[in-house]
Design a protein around this ligand. Structure first.
Ligand SMILES: NC(=O)c1ccc[n+]([C@@H]2O[C@H](COP(=O)([O-])OP(=O)(O)OC[C@H]3O[C@@H](n4cnc5c(N)ncnc54)[C@H](O)[C@@H]3O)[C@@H](O)[C@H]2O)c1
Length: 316
């Protein structure tokens, strides 16, 4: 397809994402960057072995300095501290520590990668994308936002309703984290909206709270039991890369910069958005009033986290 894709930060999430990109042959060239000595090289070597089976002819590079990455078209930023097993903290609590990393990357990477598009993964992701955009001033910056929640939502909904996940449509918007908003009005099961579908099945008992709770809490369980989330995020981010590289113009719930009257600056918050090589329509109008209100509340929460993240930084 001719894209040079880079992954900055090849820990649990970055390496799983890189593997998924190779498996789907989405890059002609793949650059891996990690400051931990040997890590990017180790992942690169393994991916070359995997590629000998997949045979998609990707050229794989590795670097240990962010400044060494050059000529990439699409850059995924997954460098930074994650939540750890047993740690009862919010993604928002990672803001101060990860802001330093994001600031550094925003300063040193864009000069060597002119015109690159950026997908920010590092948590708290919506605040970190806001910070990255503010410092780098790059045109195309998105936060992976609530696309991951959207996949978690669809997976749980299909389980509870006993339908195949491919028969379930529905989005989550707002903040990636506590202020995620389940967009119930967007749900379609085999083409029917949720209440029509439940009626057609003669079902009344439906516990929305259980599903919402799952969407917001399952990552904590995964991190506690297995150390980190990997495959869910990897596929979520691959969906986004695929939409861009193949110019699919599909609707994904990613976060892009939005302005709200109550906030002094634009912040990244998720709304189902048409994603291709450029970003299309944001489908805010199709949501209910309550859902739009929830998204505004989420934007306020992201802004508060963003402000917290810049407190310790020297921003000129
Ligand atoms: N957006 C999402 O939906 C989502 C999902 C899962 C994880 N995350 C976030 O992604 C980030 C990474 O998570 P993880 O589990 O892979 O963590 P990890 O600790 O396994 O990996 C992070 C890697 O970043 C590297 N790194 C740090 N600073 C760097 C720099 N300047 N340049 C290059 N590499 C650098 C570290 O050496 C480490 O290998 C965390 O902030 C986590 O919270 C986001």
């Amino acid at each position: 397809v001719g894209f040079h894709v880079a992954v900055i930060g090849t820990g649990n999430v970055g390496s799983a994402t890189a593997y998924s990109l190779v498996k789907e042959c989405l890059a002609e060239e793949l650059s891996l960057v990690d400051i931990k000595p040997g890590l990017a090289k180790a992942i690169a070597e393994e991916l070359k072995h995997a590629n000998a089976s997949i045979k998609c002819d990707v050229k794989i590079n590795w670097y240990e300095k962010d400044e060494e990455l050059s000529g990439a078209d699409l850059i995924i930023i997954s460098a930074g501290y994650p939540r750890r097993p047993g740690e009862r903290i919010s993604r928002r609590d990672l803001a101060r520590k990860n802001a330093e990393i994001i600031k550094f990357i925003a300063e040193v990477v864009p000069p060597n990668n002119p015109g690159a598009k950026y997908i920010v993964v590092t948590n708290p992701v919506d605040a970190m994308a806001t910070l990255f955009k503010k410092i780098s001033k790059c045109d195309f910056v998105i936060s992976t936002g609530t696309h991951l929640e959207t996949l978690r939502f669809r997976s749980k909904l299909s389980e509870v309703l006993r339908v195949r996940s491919k028969d379930v449509v529905g989005y989550v918007g707002g903040e990636h984290g506590e202020a995620a908003v389940i967009l119930w009005s967007t749900v379609k099961i085999r083409g029917l909206n949720l209440s029509e579908y439940l009626r057609s099945m003669g079902r009344k008992d439906f516990n929305k709270y259980e599903i919402e709770n799952y969407v917001k809490k399952i990552s904590e369980f995964i991190i506690d039991a297995s150390g980190a989330t990997r495959y869910g995020p990897a596929e979520a981010f691959t969906d986004i890369v695929k939409a861009i590289v193949l110019n699919l113009n599909v609707i994904l719930s990613i976060a892009t910069p939005m302005r709200f009257n109550e906030l002094k600056e634009e912040v990244f918050v998720s709304v189902p958005t048409v994603v291709g090589r450029s970003l299309g329509l944001r489908l805010l109008d199709m949501l209910s009033e309550d859902e739009v209100r929830g998204i505004k509340e989420a934007a306020k929460a992201v802004y508060a986290t963003y402000l917290r993240s810049v407190e310790g930084l020297n921003m000129d």
